[in-house]
Design a protein around this ligand. Structure first.
Ligand code: PBG
Length: 329
């Protein structure tokens, strides 16, 4: 007896495999996260993120030219703020000459066509390391969304094409959208971190920005009152629907690999583009394992990126973006 169908026929050579391959990775898939720091000539490696750096504005200008030359056309900016400029309300976030605002201008000057997205949340500016204003031991929702709206307008004024609110306050997309419209920034987009989970995979990022919640009595030590419970799936759809109703142009799931069921569910349910953030801890795990010779870095990196796209991501924010593009070119 012979098998009725032989699947292996389509796997006999790289030529036929590439002909029937369903998921192809290109530079167009990526959004590149970049960490910016004050000063000049600074390129500091982040301890828990090997080969990833915090850079000053002059180095940022060089870096975005390199990214553009590799076909990477979108960046997502994060600013590392010195402790002296932090407070409870994140006032520094609204400084028109603040680091984020200058970073946006720097990128636009260096590569005018580069798409610039900015992180919108209070944690890098907060003395408490929280994404919102702390009041009586709680993260106050509605005051925070007002500040996030002002912050978004400030980023738009500096030249940001998109703002990316990563805070998980309720109603922030509506506040931000209204503020942008009121100020005439009708074309400034919103990429919402819609299904952002309270994840332990953000550890290295918090090292990069020195933004972890403080260990202090009366201050919540984690972000579980605003970021989502990793146990929940239906709720992710609710969050995404709320954000789309409020005006989000793109919705994002974060982290990546542990949440690909959520990604597919959302992709099947919505008509806006779906992004995935492969976060710092996911990057760190592969770097650590491959440094020990336990995993093949490039092979595992590609497998992970392919899995994220196959699950339904149309946009991938990843610290591997440059490595991937170099590898596939
Ligand atoms: C903060 C923010 C975080 C990340 C992006 N924006 C950390 C957090 O919520 O504590 C994580 C990114 C990463 O781990 O790569 N608003």
């Amino acid at each position: 007896m012979h098998p009725l169908r032989r699947s292996r026929r389509l796997r006999t050579s790289e030529a036929i495999r590439s002909l029937v391959r369903e998921t192809i990775i290109t530079p167009d898939d990526f959004l590149v996260p970049l960490f910016v720091v004050g000063g000049k000539g600074i390129k500091q490696e982040i301890a828990s993120m090997p080969n990833y750096y915090r850079v000053s504005l002059d180095i940022l200008a060089e870096e975005v030219k390199v990214l553009w030359s590799l076909g990477l056309k979108s960046v997502l900016l994060f600013a590392k703020i010195p402790d002296a400029l932090k407070d409870n309300e994140g006032k520094e976030a609204l400084n028109p000459d603040g680091l984020m605002q200058l970073a946006v201008k720097t990128v636009k000057n260096a590569v005018p066509e580069m798409l610039v997205m900015t992180d919108v949340a209070l944690d890098p500016y907060s003395v408490y390391g929280h994404d919102g204003v702390v009041e009586n031991g709680k993260i106050a929702n509605d005051i925070t969304t007002e500040i996030l709206a002002e912050m978004s307008v400030s980023h738009a004024k500096a030249g940001a094409d998109f703002v990316a609110p990563s805070d998980m306050m309720d109603g922030r997309i509506l506040s931000i959208r209204e503020a942008l419209e009121d100020e005439g920034y009708v074309d400034t987009g919103i990429l919402s971190y819609s299904a952002k989970y309270a994840s332990a995979f953000y550890g290295p990022f918090r090292d990069a920005l020195d933004s972890a919640p403080v260990d202090q009595e009366d201050i919540p030590k984690d972000k579980r009152t605003y970021q989502m419970d990793p146990a929940n799936r239906d709720e992710a759809l609710k969050e995404v629907e709320m954000d789309i109703d409020e005006g989000a142009d793109i919705v994002m799931v974060k982290p990546g690999l542990c949440y690909l069921d959520i990604v597919r569910e959302i992709r099947n349910a919505v008509e806006v583009p779906v992004a995935v953030y492969q976060v710092s801890g996911e990057y760190a795990m592969l770097k650590a394992a491959s440094e020990r010779g336990w995993l093949d870095h490039d092979a595992v990196m590609m497998e992970q990126i392919i899995a994220i796209k196959r699950a339904g991501a149309q946009i991938i924010a990843s610290y591997f973006a440059k490595d991937v593009v170099k590898l596939i070119s």
